[in-house]
Design a protein around this ligand. Structure first.
Ligand SMILES: *Cc1c(COP(=O)(O)O)cnc(C)c1O
Length: 465
């Protein structure tokens, strides 16, 4: 493709994108595709001869689009938000056009220095203290894996990478049952092993980790000869938005010499609003914190902000040239590939720069506050309706509810009918073993009317009592 043709297609796809977004409300939120239906339309072998872009694009519309679930749909209330705002998309187009590998300062100084400054903007925005330094990871899962590797290496005096885990004391990591599955995977991949992820019971309305049980588990493990190495706290767990008492977790960790990682992948974005910071009170004492601008801050996937109080221990764990530590921070040069697991890195800070400038913190806060207010209003309407009951109260914009007096099969049937209807999209989770319906609002184009429509759909499909 020559560059003039590229320019024409770029303009055409931008037009297509605008029309797509303007027409999103008329599409069913979730793909209505049968398994295998898309693959069946793709030739089993690649073409030998070149094909025209016109034909490729027509096939994109014909084969691909019907098989897409519309995460940008204003009535996407499932899982978590994944906003790709227009300025973020434009920045991504630029980043992908320049297509630099930003692993070292010298492989693109602008990308590295922009990342340092954007992470500091974000640090200030969410109220973390100045001694936190940030890096953009591809996902919260990667940030958590990196943090768990630091826990491991710190506890083993940096012998794990060198000698492996054979013959080492058995490490223990502590978390509640409300943490995300990325924590399980980090424990597997780090070689610590699922049996050494100690699940601590939760307590209280926010289902936070029981501090007494945490202390007892650590003490019992020490007596049994295990080596406790870290605690993973959560602010806004994925299922129901569970929040640990981070201040208490940090107190325990400091008393025990353990490393703390706080997973605030979803809820962390809301900390740009000072009134929500009570949810992670004490976070300034944590060692590592992750939040995903790619969920609720209008920045397209991938962009996971990972803040560290002592980046040197991360670099010591992941840098492949330990002698580089000597200059770390001293000459102002950062090689971010030494802060993350993959070597290659995209220029992710650019979209953060575009989005933060385009909306300003006030614009971003206004959206998050609306989502929280509208979804709490929906929860109140459902609570007042005899057909429904709220199971877990809203944490920010996330709550769970169910059909009153119905068993799991009836809840699942109700969820299926909601999602087959297409006007809204919701998912389920389990609370105390029972199936419940999960609601979260966070799409940037969502309006109060979109959230109100969720009530209409639920009410209509629930039928008369
Ligand atoms: C979404 C989420 C994750 C996973 O985020 P990725 O960036 O997709 O890895 C982890 N923890 C919590 C609490 C989440 O909400």
């Amino acid at each position: 493709m020559d560059w003039n043709t590229f320019a024409r297609w770029g303009a055409r796809i931008a037009d297509w994108g605008a029309a797509y977004h303007q027409g999103l409300r008329d599409r069913p939120v979730r793909a209505m595709t049968r398994p295998g239906a898309v693959a069946a339309q793709l030739p089993p072998a690649p073409p030998e001869a070149p094909e025209a872009m016109e034909v490729i694009f027509a096939d994109f519309e014909r084969i691909v689009m019907p098989g897409m679930t519309h995460w940008q749909h204003p009535r996407f209330f499932a899982y978590f938000p994944a906003n790709a705002t227009p300025p973020s998309m434009l920045a991504e187009f630029l980043a992908t056009t320049v297509a630099a590998q930003c692993m070292l300062w010298q492989t693109s100084p602008a990308a590295t220095e922009m990342e340092t400054v954007m992470m500091d903007w974000l640090r200030q925005s969410v109220g973390l203290p100045e001694d936190f330094k940030g890096v953009i990871q591809d996902s919260a899962s990667s940030a958590t894996l990196a943090a768990v590797l630091v826990m491991r290496e710190r506890a083993l005096a940096w012998a794990g990478n060198l000698a492996g885990l054979t013959g080492q004391p058995r490490l223990r990591v502590y978390a509640s049952g409300e943490v995300h599955t990325s924590i399980d995977r980090a424990i597997w991949i780090s070689g610590i092993g699922a049996e050494n992820l100690v699940r601590i019971p939760t307590e209280g309305p926010r289902r936070g980790i029981s501090i007494a049980a945490l202390e007892a588990a650590i003490a019992a493990d020490r007596v049994a000869g295990y080596l406790p190495c870290g605690i993973i706290g959560c602010t806004g767990g994925t299922g129901i938005g569970a929040c640990d008492d981070i201040a208490a977790v940090v107190r325990v960790a400091q008393a025990e010499g353990l490393y703390t990682h706080v997973d605030a992948a979803w809820a962390g974005a809301a900390m740009i609003c000072p009134e929500f910071r009570g949810l992670w009170l004490g976070v300034d004492g944590a060692d590592s914190v992750v939040l995903n601008p790619h969920k609720w801050l209008g920045v397209q996937f991938d962009c996971a902000a990972h803040f560290l109080r002592d980046p040197a221990s991360l670099v010591q764990t992941l840098a492949i040239r330990p002698e580089y530590l000597k200059t770390h921070g001293a000459d102002g040069i950062i090689n971010y590939s030494e802060w993350s697991i993959p070597l290659g890195r995209r220029f992710r800070a650019l979209k953060l720069w575009f989005v933060l400038r385009h909306y300003g913190l006030e614009g971003l806060r206004a959206r998050i506050r609306n989502h929280v207010r509208w979804s709490q209003a929906l929860a109140a309407r459902l609570a007042a309706d005899p057909r429904f009951e709220i199971v877990t109260e809203p944490v920010l914009s996330l709550f769970t509810f169910r059909l009153k007096g119905a068993d799991d099969a009836a809840q699942q049937d109700f969820i299926n009918r909601i999602n087959d209807d297409g006007r809204i999209y919701l998912t389920q989770t389990r609370v105390d073993g029972a199936l419940v319906i999960r609601f979260q609002a966070g799409q940037f184009d969502a309006t109060e009317a979109d959230i109100a429509m969720a009530f209409d759909v639920l009410s209509e499909l629930a039928g008369t009592p």
